[in-house]
Design a protein around this ligand. Sequence first.
Ligand code: SF4
Ligand code: SF4
Length: 222
Amino acid sequence: MRREVALEEISDGKLYELNDMVKADCHDCEGCCDCCTGMGDSVILDPLDVWRLCTNLGKTAEELFAGELELGVADGNILPHLRMSGKEERCVFLNEQGRCSIHTFRPGFCRLFPLGRYYENNSFKYFLQIHECKKQNRSKIKVRKWVDTPDLKRYEQYINDWHYFLLDVQEVLYNTEDTQLIKNLNLYVVNRFYIKPYDTDKDFYEQFYQRLEEGRGLLELA
Ligand code: SF4
Ligand code: SF4
């Protein structure tokens, strides 16, 4: 989710890259699950997140949308986010012990926290959100270790390409009053990138980029 605030207000003022050390390691959270509750619609998922959930839970995206996930509006785009449930608004994947039941395939947002991404000049760096994680005794850890994602360079390129594609979609959405176009474009993004099944025997990124190329072509016509 885009935030229109000065970086200095929410961070230590530094930007980090994969090999930098950052004070983000909250020691396996040790009894805290604050950022897994009350997050509203803010844990937004990218297509890889949903693909990971489908693959590891053995469910289709449609089944997830009928249970664990919801659609919401984020900066003009309609995108999926994790569902929070009950009075305490707990993430549906938080178990009785207050631990993440999908830790090994948790979404990118959860892997990153309390880091965020700062996009500039068609790329991004990481920043440390200083007001978000309640743990006072966090240790330094290398960003690449914290993000804990295979094939990180490829993943970062994918994250960046997805982000800028969504910005291009927003550009069309904000500059039209054609309600049918708005509806069709939002449906296209959800159906094409999230709901249409990806072949589990093939590389996710290759399939994603085929869809992205098609999506970019469509935006040029819009
Ligand atoms: S998926 Fe796991 S880490 Fe992410 S909010 Fe839910 S319980 Fe927390
Ligand atoms: S607030 Fe910090 S310590 Fe608590 S669950 Fe989130 S990341 Fe872990």
